[in-house]
Design a binder for this molecule. Structure first.
Ligand SMILES: [Fe+2]
Length: 161
């Protein structure tokens, strides 16, 4: 946690480069011995859907800029677990040097860069290299009953870490 706040610790300049309109993800390190993965992300607007980390723990810290994180807990899901509803548990806005953890089963969240002008870069230490996750997508943009459809996403990292 101390390293997140240490302004003397540098990151590759590539982590400051946005990639199109998606959340840029650059893997900086994988521990061959312990299996954890360190990924730098650059937040894009309007932000992520509610998503999980496929059951893996994660420690996240803001490196540059600010990030708004909203935590959710499952409230209801249908029999085959494809349709879910969530309760919004709380919002935080985190600045540089701020770190937190996501420990399953409390792993559902959405994240966005609240600034229209400033870049936001965060560092994520995952229990294992994140190869997939689940995102929860509104069934219809106009629907207001809160039901979201769970979709699996295969994750890849961007070049330039
Ligand atoms: Fe996440």
């Amino acid at each position: 946690m101390t390293l997140f706040a240490d302004r003397e610790v540098g990151l590759p300049l590539a982590v400051l480069q946005p990639i199109g309109d998606h959340y840029a993800r650059r893997e900086l390190h994988v521990s061959a011995e312990l299996g954890y993965s360190v990924i730098a992300m650059m937040g894009a607007r309007p932000g992520t859907h509610i998503h999980d980390h496929d059951g893996a723990w994660c420690v996240e810290g803001v490196w540059r800029g600010r990030l708004a994180i909203t935590q959710y807990e499952p409230r209801e899901r249908d029999g085959d677990r494809t349709r879910w509803r969530f309760t919004r548990m709380g919002d935080i806005e985190a600045g540089p040097g701020t770190a937190g953890s996501l420990i399953p089963p409390h792993e559902y969240h959405a994240i966005r860069n609240p600034s229209s002008g400033d870049i936001a870069v965060s560092l994520h230490v995952y229990q294992r290299p994140p190869l997939r996750c689940h995102v929860f997508v509104p069934e219809e943009p106009s629907a207001s009953d809160g039901w979201l459809r769970r979709e699996e996403r295969v994750l890849a990292t961007d070049a330039g870490g």
